[in-house]
Structures are given as C-alpha cells and as structure tokens.
Design a protein around this ligand. Structure first.
Ligand SMILES: Nc1nc2c(c(=O)[nH]1)N[C@H]1C(S)=C(S)[C@@H](COP(=O)(O)O)O[C@H]1N2
Ligand SMILES: [Mo]
Length: 330
C-alpha cells in the first residue's frame, strides 16, 4: 500500500486545479477535432476563452504539439496558481530592460533554430538542436512556487524535464563539480545587452549535487504550452528552493567545470546576491527583509518559508557545508 504523508505546506489539490482552464480547453479542442464532442462544450469554451493570442503564437513553435504533458503530482502548492496573464507580463529579464514590462520586447528573440552546447568536463562536447533535445527528454508538468529575491512570488505550472536527465545526457566526467549555464548573447535583439556596465552574458551555476537533485528542473513549457519568450524560451532553469535570479533564462550552454562559476548577479553585487541564494526568511537582504513575500495576483503578504517551502526535499543537500565559510542564504 502506498501511504503518502501530506507535508506542512500542502493543501488539497482542489484548491489549485480550478485555475486549469488552459488544460481543459485544449483537451476539449482535441476531443472536438477527433469528432467525439458532446454537447455543453460551448459554455466551457467561453468560460476559459482568453488565450487566443498565445494559441496563435504557438502555431509557429514546432514544440507546441508536445504539450500539454501530464502533471507530476508529487509537487504541490500552498496557494492558487498565478494567472497566466500575470506570470507572462510581470517579468525579470534584464536582456530586454530592467523594468518588469519587457514581454513585448522579448518577442524579438529568435528561438528557432536554437542550439544547446554541452562542453567543459564531459566525455565528449556536443551541440544539440532544441527540438532533438526535447524529443529525448521525459516531459512532465510541475507546479512550483517561485520566490524572487525582491520579495514577490508566484506559483506556476512549468512543463519540462528533470535537470538530472539533461546531466545524464551530457555525460560529465566524475571530476566535474559544477555546471555553469549561459544565456544567449545578441545585443542586436536584446537592447539590455547594449548596456556595457552589465557583465553579459547572464551566467548561473549549480553544484553537481544541486543540478542532479530531483527538484532541479529545466522548464520548456508554461501553462500547458511551450514557454513564452519573456519567461525564458526555449529553455530555462527552475530551482524553486532558491531565489528567482538563479532561474537563468534562454540557456545556450551547459559547461561542466571544477571551478565554482561566478554568476551574473554575483559579479554585479556579490554581497547581496551570492552563489547559493537559498531562500531563508531569517536572513534579510542587506537592504530589505526576506521574512514575507507579496503573492502576485492575491496582493497579499504571506510568510516566506525556509527553502521556499522545499526544506524537506533539499535541506540534506547542505548538511555538510560549513555556514561560517559559505553564505548559504544570500
Ligand atoms: N537571462 C536571464 N535570466 C533571468 C533573469 C534575467 O534578467 N536574465 N532574471 C531572473 C530573475 S531575477 C527572476 S525573478 C526570474 C523571473 O522569471 P519569470 O519572468 O519567468 O517569472 O528570472 C531570472 N532569470
Ligand atoms: Mo528575481
């Protein structure tokens, strides 16, 4: 018998599923196309009918046919899913500017063809086309909380695959200690990259233990569709126990190394944005408290949880690290 113990932060699934019109509608359309439609669908369609723009855009994306994918129920939320319109219009993506309002500018990013490079300490370096990679990876959907270091948060359904599958595919040498990830560099399409005082391209890093942890996820979809450009198409990182700036977008390279990479924000201001960046309500940012967060859409302040609520999954990763030496929460 399978006994599942509900963790402290979990709530009944019924409180999050009503947001899932996007899935219901897509299933409905597929059923209709197959000719087995029952009456009553018109009302359902109207109820969930706010996605025509996104649907038009996905017609051009060769990965659109892969989604939606089935949800992995292991990862649950303690709050409703954030509205898709909010999660795709309130973004941090400095390549396209330092405001939250970069979605329109991000549409200039060409996402096909898109080549991902695996190199550094690997058996053999290789370059892979994103659609070939997607075809080889085990796609699933996960509901994850996202906590920005700026003390706002949301809850989103990512589709994608465990980063462990990607690491296995890359075949790193046993001497590799870190994976360094790099965002595209193209100042012609990304106006922010013309600002020479930022250390472009955006870089992030994880230890091998973090990268192969079950929660580390490569998101290639969002709300049951290919991930949109402003959220980091065609592939971005999701490590929900860490602050949002670790979630590097539009990745072109995974390099395996035995040297700890210095990440983009660490170069800009290392005293405020460190390598580890694990969420901890008791460790304030030098300029503000991290004790609570503003939940986007609810406009409600809720207490922030240790490791963003994922302590039961990840605390063990850090048990042997000397906190006098390493700032795990900054
Ligand atoms: N390449 C790149 N990745 C990035 C950023 C960025 O500016 N450039 N911003 C980060 C920050 S601070 C956050 S909070 C998240 C925001 O992701 P979202 O827009 O999908 O919510 O992306 C992260 N990834
Ligand atoms: Mo962030």
């Amino acid at each position: 018998m399978l006994i599942r113990i509900r963790r402290g932060w979990e709530i009944p699934e019924s409180q999050v599923t009503p947001e899932n019109c996007f899935l219901d509608r897509r299933r409905l359309l597929k059923t209709a196309a197959a000719g087995s439609m029952l009456i009553g669908s018109a009302g359902l369609l109207t109820a969930c009918d706010d996605m025509s723009v996104a649907e038009a855009a996905e017609d051009d994306d060769p990965s659109a046919k892969l989604y939606p994918v089935s949800r992995n129920e292991r990862y649950t939320l303690d709050r409703p899913i954030t509205d898709e319109s909010l999660a795709t219009s309130y973004n941090n993506f400095y390549e396209f500017g330092s405001s939250k309002n970069i979605a329109a500018k991000a549409q200039a990013l060409p996402i096909r063809p898109w080549t991902v490079t695996f190199d550094g300490m690997v058996e053999e370096p290789r370059e892979v086309d994103i659609d070939d990679l997607l075809a080889r990876m085990p796609l699933e959907e996960r509901l994850y909380r996202h906590r920005c270091v700026e003390a706002w948060s949301m809850a989103v359904p990512y589709s994608g695959f465990p980063m462990k599958a990607l690491v296995d595919f890359a075949k790193p040498l046993s001497s590799a200690k870190y994976v360094k990830m790099t965002t595209f560099l193209d100042p012609e399409v990304a106006g922010g990259q013309r600002a020479a005082w930022y250390p472009w391209p955006y870089v992030e890093g994880l230890t091998m233990a973090e990268a192969t942890h079950e929660l580390a996820f490569i998101a290639t979809g969002l709300y049951g569709k290919p991930i949109v450009k402003q959220n980091g198409a065609p592939l971005r990182l999701a490590v929900p126990w860490k602050y949002g700036f670790k979630h590097i977008k539009s990745i072109v390279r995974f390099e395996f190394t035995d040297e700890r990479p210095k990440s983009y924000w660490e170069v800009i201001q290392g005293s405020e944005y460190g390598f580890w960046a694990n969420v901890n309500p008791e460790v304030p940012h030098p300029r503000w408290s991290q004790a609570s967060e503003r939940v986007l859409g609810l406009n409600e302040q809720v207490p922030t949880l240790l490791y963003n609520g994922y302590a039961e999954f990840v605390a063990d990763l850090y048990k042997d690290i000397d906190t006098a030496e390493e700032r795990l929460f900054m």
